[in-house]
Design a binder for this molecule. Structure first.
Ligand SMILES: NC(=O)c1ccc[n+]([C@@H]2O[C@H](COP(=O)([O-])OP(=O)(O)OC[C@H]3O[C@@H](n4cnc5c(N)ncnc54)[C@H](OP(=O)(O)O)[C@@H]3O)[C@@H](O)[C@H]2O)c1
Length: 245
């Protein structure tokens, strides 16, 4: 099995890389900066330290194919974080790179096998978070629509395409901030989220793993929201919880 992970060097993507490594897959990871030392030795995992917005993307994917063979699973977790024009950066990183990678790899998936593409979106594809730029909102909305488009156009090739949209989650990099430095924010999440806790990167890893498993063999074109049910609440219900009335 060969799993390609775009944005698998840190955060949620690193956890996804660990999962597929533990499953015995060959895992090809693309990210710009090297992962932490412990991850650089994960069994079966090879890293390509490249920018997906550069003109090296298809050549990098070809190198990954030479390593791992035809693709079984393809997971996208990259988002723009950098200097310069946020809008252009987000479009190039989240949308252009994803389209190019999906279309370059389409003829290079494992023939006759259940293959899966997962695009990681966000609840800001549907809702507005004033702390995030407009480009991030637009890109995440578009990612969910891309999953539907490719689900329809690639279905006959045996490729399923889905989107996983988390709300804010705790990951290794921010665990100290949420768990010890900002217990008040944790409390806020506990009070408002129907499942009574903040989400973790593990919650989304589980859904990505499911979508890349035979258990999801008839699931395509879906956006699975991983938010503990918070987006089900009406504005009034949320306001009442916060004001305790
Ligand atoms: N964190 C949250 O609470 C949250 C909530 C909802 C949705 N999400 C979504 O979930 C996904 C993962 O989130 P995260 O917090 O784990 O992200 P993260 O820690 O910022 O990791 C993003 C990954 O993408 C890579 N990447 C970014 N730009 C790249 C580029 N131009 N070329 C190659 N690789 C690139 C990063 O590596 P380098 O920086 O080394 O390139 C890293 O491996 C993202 O799509 C995010 O929008 C996150």
């Amino acid at each position: 099995m060969h799993t390609v992970i775009i944005g698998g060097t840190r955060g949620l993507g690193r956890e996804v890389a660990r999962h597929f490594s533990a499953q015995g897959h060959k895992v090809s990871v693309i990210g710009r900066k090297a992962p932490a030392d412990a991850d650089s030795q994960l069994p079966g995992v090879r890293y390509w330290l490249r920018d997906v917005t550069s003109d090296q993307l298809t050549a990098t994917l070809d190198e990954a194919l030479a390593y791992g063979g035809p693709v079984n699973h393809l997971v996208f977790l990259q988002r723009f974080k950098g200097e310069g024009d946020q809008w252009a950066g987000e479009m190039a990183t989240s949308l252009n790179a994803t389209r190019l990678a999906v279309e370059h790899l389409t003829p290079r998936f494992a023939a006759g096998e259940d293959c899966s593409v997962v695009l990681v979106g966000s609840i800001v594809g549907r809702f507005v978070s004033e702390g995030q730029p407009v480009g991030y909102h637009v890109a995440k909305g578009a990612v969910a629509q891309m999953a539907k488009f490719y689900a329809v156009t690639l279905g006959r090739k045996g490729i399923r395409v889905n989107c996983v949209s988390p709300c804010t989650f705790v990951k290794e990099e921010n665990a100290e901030f949420y768990n010890s430095k900002s217990p008040a924010i944790q409390e806020l999440f506990k009070e408002t989220i129907p499942l009574g806790r903040m989400g973790t990167s593990g919650d989304s890893t589980g859904v990505i793993a499911f979508l890349c498993s035979p258990a999801a063999s008839f699931v395509t074109g879906q956006e699975i929201v991983v938010d503990g049910g918070v987006s089900l609440l009406s504005q009034e219900a949320l306001a009442r919880k916060l004001r305790q009335v």
